[in-house]
Write a protein that binds this ligand. Structure first.
Ligand code: ADP
Ligand code: MG
Length: 266
């Protein structure tokens, strides 16, 4: 089982969209896929048609189990989506209270990693959607994954957000046995304003091979697909964004054997 997380300390950069679409593509290619919604805003759950107010159990229950020293039993909280071969561990409203409760409790940083250990035989791949704030939920996402995608929008404010995210990663990374390989993915790309190309150039100069050498374009079909609660490949498979996500997935799978490791300073 391979575990990827999608994270950035900035909202609205396409994290949830990236998880939903890569997961849809992987499922269509025959993998058994699980997506995990670690954002208290429940956007990924909503994407797949789950109303956070109606979700009875989900990620929150795993944390509660650990706090109450009960078995995790993650299978109990996983639900099928309308897409074949794609399951979800949804976020319920209660997840919003976790950050406050977790402060006083030790050992909540690896709850998701432990849960995944129990369901490893059931899935080929897990994709984790992370919240935009640094806290116990993001720490869980970063601890559980073996590879990280960082979506960015090509404008200068996002560059600063990206730097902050990379500092966080360096800080958290110290507690990992191995550095976490990451890939920066330009999303919501609007090729009209000059600032877009300028920003891409800066990204290239600064991050070199840790930048995906292509972009996910802005495409109105993305919102239409999410309104239909379906990944693009199940709704508008020939749309520009769908094809771009397909290219991104091919790139990621090709690199799976040889992930880009963090540069070692000379
Ligand atoms: P995040 O999870 O980082 O907050 P989302 O994936 O929810 O970001 O995306 C933010 C908004 O932008 C959503 O309304 C989503 O539908 C839209 N969006 C994301 N990617 C694209 C795209 N490539 N083209 C057009 N709209 C997009
Ligand atoms: Mg989101």
């Amino acid at each position: 089982m391979r575990v990827w997380a999608v994270s950035n300390q900035k909202g609205g950069v396409g994290k949830t969209t990236t998880v939903a679409n890569l997961a849809g593509l992987l499922a269509r290619r025959g993998e058994r896929v699980l997506v995990i919604d670690l954002d208290p805003h429940s956007s990924l759950s909503a994407y797949f048609g789950f109303d956070p107010e109606q979700v009875e159990s989900g990620v929150y229950d795993l944390f509660r189990a650990v706090m109450q020293r009960q078995p995790l039993a993650p299978q109990r909280h996983i639900q099928p989506t309308s897409v074949d071969s794609l399951d979800i561990l949804p976020a319920a409203m209660a997840l919003a209270t976790i950050e406050r409760q977790a402060g006083a409790v030790e050992g909540l940083g690896r709850v998701i990693q432990r849960a995944l250990g129990e369901i490893a035989p059931d899935y080929d791949r897990v994709l984790i959607d992370s919240p935009p704030m640094l806290g116990v939920l993001m720490v869980n996402a970063l601890a559980a994954c073996e590879r990280l995608l960082i979506p960015v929008v090509a404008d200068f404010l996002s560059l600063r957000g990206l730097e902050r995210m990379l500092r966080t990663l360096a800080m958290i990374g110290r507690s990992r046995r191995q550095p976490l390989p990451y890939l920066i993915v330009p999303t919501l790309y609007d090729r009209r304003p000059r600032i877009s190309a300028d920003t891409l150039r800066v990204l290239e100069e600064r991050y070199g091979e840790r930048l995906w050498p292509s972009v996910i374009p802005q495409d109105t079909k993305v919102r239409e697909a999410s309104r239909a609660h379906l990944p693009l490949c199940h709704y508008h498979p020939r749309s520009r964004a769908a094809l771009a996500y397909e290219t991104l997935l091919d790139y990621l799978l090709e690199q799976e054997g040889h992930p880009i490791t963090q540069a070692v300073s000379a």
